[in-house]
Write a protein that binds this ligand. Sequence first.
Ligand SMILES: Cc1ncc(COP(=O)(O)O)c(C=O)c1O
Length: 478
Amino acid sequence: MKDRRSPGDTPPEEFRKQLHELADWIADFRENIESLRVAPNEKPGAVREQLPAQPPEKGEPFEKILNDVDRLIVPGMVHWSHPMFLGYFGWTTTAPGILGEIITAPLNVNAMTWRTCPAATELETVVIDWLRQWLGLPDEFGGVVYDTASVGIMHALAVAREQAAPSTRKLGLTNRDLPRFRIYTSDQAHSAAEKSAIALGIGEENVRRVPSDNEFRMEISTLRRMIAQDRQEAFQPIAVVATVGTTSSASVDPIPEIAKICREEKMWLHIDGAYGGAFTMMPEYKWVSRGWEMADSIVVNPHKTLFVPLDFSVLYVRDLERLRRVFTLVPEVLRGDTIEGEKNYMDYGIQLGRRFRALKAWVIWRSLGREGVVSRLREQIRLANLLASWIKSDNRFERAAPVSMGVVCFRFVRADKDEIDRSNSEIVERINSSGRAYLTQTKLRGRTVMRIGLGNVLTTEEHLRKAWQIIQETASKL
Ligand SMILES: Cc1ncc(COP(=O)(O)O)c(C=O)c1O
């Protein structure tokens, strides 16, 4: 007789057993992470080579799959959560963050409209507003959660574009006798502005890079000059993207002055606070949010600074309705699932299907509270300044930028003049391939520098001291 049983899901008892096993796996991973190499030292293709090229024909037991995670995947990873991972901006893994991700997995909803998941939609609105209060933003700012800051900037500039050329959403940009638009950002800003210009049909070349001063902040007088010159040449300046916490050195642009120019010139002001914005939660860093009340949009990445696991980025727009008007569009199939007057987050961007990202933010922010967040940010800054003092006391090294937030840029200078760049790059390469620590290299004013980002809650003063010793030893051996 034909077997009519549905193939269905794993039987509940077996699933429970697997979950217990997984809980132990996660706890062991977290507890023993320090015993792992921070990064592998394999050639490209090393992981792929060990995996079957063909997809499986028959299902395999979970135990075997988890075993392969240990055997093939974990050794082939850069462990961003490792306490000796000091690359980029540090990293946001925490135990409560992991729990938040785990709770999200079985719920697996689509938060595209209020009706498709009221709790996901309403919680998103609540956590966006909690964060707004923490940032001290006026309540005329409303927000939306996206995956990344790059996506947030693109949506913000889409509204700026619509404002500069109404009906672009409907008619597009071509054959309308429009001037070429211009967007301004500093030479230290993230490349997301260019990516947005590419996506929005504004064109990469129309993002103009304004030089920065000796502390890597946008030069205001040059910004003014560039705008005036562009107007004379019949370009239309539409927006400035100012940064709070630039990618290389975490410098902060002079927002109040930039905001004034934007008001005078009727330009959109977007603030890229992807990394640095959240530091305004600390009374001693309140100054970074001066002038924000004059911005049109602000992006903050809690997945960089506020301990929410990747991905979670919030775009705030003054009068959020302006964003909705550019993107709202209800397909027939969703008409029945859309209630007038309730927030349907699909209306605030190009994405339809949306993860329930708010849940993990809610879990981590409730677990830490404002006090817990601020004390951890303060510790990052203490460690960054401590490292700067060690750099100062070794004359083979020098700081390459002011210490800002949790970022320290420095340079090994005891090498042949022509070799300094290569030496700095070599130190980072050697350390990263040793698996003992992980740093980033970047360029400031064309010179290669080493860069450490503090952010990981597992990184202690001891770890940082060890990393500094590794840097000194590696430099001595060059
Ligand atoms: C200042 C700044 N803005 C934007 C971004 C882009 O962030 P995301 O990866 O969320 O798109 C970064 C990434 O490092 C950044 O440093």
